[in-house]
Design a binder for this molecule. Sequence first.
Ligand code: SF4
Length: 290
Amino acid sequence: MEFNLLADIAEYCAREKKDMAQAMLDYEMKNKHLSREDVYSGLKRVLLTMEDSVEQGLTQMVISPSGMLNNWAKTVYNSKTETLGPRLKKAIARAIAVGEVNACMGKIAAAPTAGSAGIMPAVLVTMIEEHNIPREKLLDGLLVSSAVGLIFAKNSSFAGSEAGCMGETGSAAAMAAATIVYLLGGTNDQILEAVGFALKASMGLVCDPVGGLVEEPCTTRNAVGVANAFVSAQMALAGIKSLIPVDEVIFATKEVGDLMSPRLKESGQGGLANTKTGRDIQKRVFRTAE
Ligand code: SF4
């Protein structure tokens, strides 16, 4: 069983009269020789890890060894000033929470990478709180996100060193956008539109972590990725269509990644890592570590 494009998965769904979660369940079972129970027990472990990492970041003292991150998730969560009410504030605090736990070597679920691990958990926990989505249904939402991950990995790259942050937080936002649309009852076409919107918003985003540590700007980019996911899902659910089909958008991310200077792809030689302050932080952190 092979899917090379998101359009292939949509075609399979139409032919077999299945939704995207069921298509990915078939894919996992056939290609990995797993039972239905195996797949769902793996998904449950992933969901639990995601929920735990959000909880930890929001309740425990979280200061990264470099000192760059210092309880930012709680700071945002408890902020009295709300640009768009409590929902957005709490959602982005959840993404930051996972970024902080990751920076402190805590357990996270890389979805798809450690650097972008805050977006999916923040979206899933928010969907429970705001839409009363049953946890069992979230497992299907994870399956839908895996469809996006599968095709993105085949036709572009998750690696910051190849596709910049577009490949990490961009793909995570696209996976999360697909999940939101699915959980809110959107069609397969709407799921694909949401993925396209999220990726287009991330096109060309560079990978430039200060000091080579997955902290700055990674953590706040996860927060923005959550907003991207909800905005993209909202547009798709409203019926707006991307002029460029999603599989072509994914191929475009590959082209853009290839065209980006190596200085902007996790080398520490460009972008924020190469600012005066970024270099000063790097010197301070690594002097302290010696
Ligand atoms: S800036 Fe680089 S290391 Fe940080 S999340 Fe983005 S891709 Fe990952």
